[in-house]
Design a protein. Structure first.
Length: 201
C-alpha cells in the first residue's frame, strides 16, 4: 500500500486486472456459493493482500477483507473484483479496521461472522514498513509502531481467528509480506510467514 500500514505497492485495480484478464477467464473461474469456505484478509485492498483476495475469489472462496484508511481504493477494488469475477452480492465483503486496536479487531471478526456465518481462513497480511531509512537512524517511536502493527496487531487477529476456528473445523492463520534489505544498512521491508498445521478446504 501507499500508506505505511500495509505491504506491497501494487494497486488493487492492477491486481484485479492481472487475476481476471479476459472474459474467457471468467467462465473458468470457480463461482463462490453459499457453501463455499470463507477467508478473511487483513490489508486486503492493495499489494499482496489484493493479490490474495483475487486468487481466493478465482478459486471459489468467499472473501472478507479489511483496510485501515484508504476507503476509496478499497471500494474501487471490491467493485472491480465483483465485476470481473461476476460475483453475486455478498460474496466479497469489505470493511475498515485498524488491527492495532483490540476493539476494532473484535468488531472486524464479529462483522465477518455475522455476514458469512462462518470463518475458515485468516491471511494476516496487514503490516507497516514506514519510510525508508538507515537502521541506525530509526527511533523508538518507529519501532513501537512496527511492533504494534506487525506483531501485536497480527497476534490480535490470529487470536480472534483461533477462538472461532478452533471450535469450528479449523483453518489457516498466516502472516504474509515481502522482505528486502537494501545495501549499506538501508532497511525497506521485513516480515515473516507463520503457517501452523491446519486443514485447508
Amino acid at each position: 500500500m501507499a500508506n505505511p500500514r500495509n505491504s506491497g505497492g501494487d494497486t488493487g485495480s492492477t491486481i484485479a486486472q492481472a487475476a481476471f484478464p479476459s472474459s474467457a477467464d471468467k467462465a473458468a473461474t470457480a463461482q463462490p456459493s453459499s457453501a463455499a469456505p470463507v477467508m478473511l484478509v487483513t490489508g486486503g485492498s492493495r499489494g499482496i493482500g489484493a493479490a490474495t483476495v483475487a486468487l481466493a475469489v478465482q478459486q471459489g472462496w468467499r472473501v472478507a477483507l479489511c483496510y485501515r484508511q484508504d476507503g476509496s481504493t478499497a471500494a474501487a477494488f471490491e467493485q472491480q473484483i465483483k465485476q470481473q469475477a461476476c460475483l453475486q452480492d455478498g460474496q466479497i465483503f469489505c470493511m475498515q479496521a485498524d488491527i492495532v486496536d483490540e476493539a476494532q479487531v473484535q468488531h472486524l471478526f464479529e462483522r465477518t461472522l455475522a455476514h458469512f456465518g462462518q470463518l475458515d481462513a485468516l491471511v494476516n497480511n496487514a503490516g507497516t514498513v514506514g519510510a525508508r531509512s538507515r537502521f541506525a537512524d530509526m527511533d523508538l517511536a518507529r519501532w513501537q509502531q512496527l511492533f504494534a502493527t506487525n506483531v501485536l496487531g497480527s497476534m490480535l487477529c490470529a487470536r480472534a481467528a483461533v477462538r472461532h476456528m478452533s471450535t469450528a473445523c479449523g483453518g489457516v492463520a498466516a502472516a504474509s509480506s515481502t522482505w528486502a534489505a537494501l545495501p549499506r544498512g538501508w532497511v525497506r521491508q521485513g516480515a515473516m510467514w507463520i503457517t501452523p498445521p491446519a486443514k485447508v478446504p
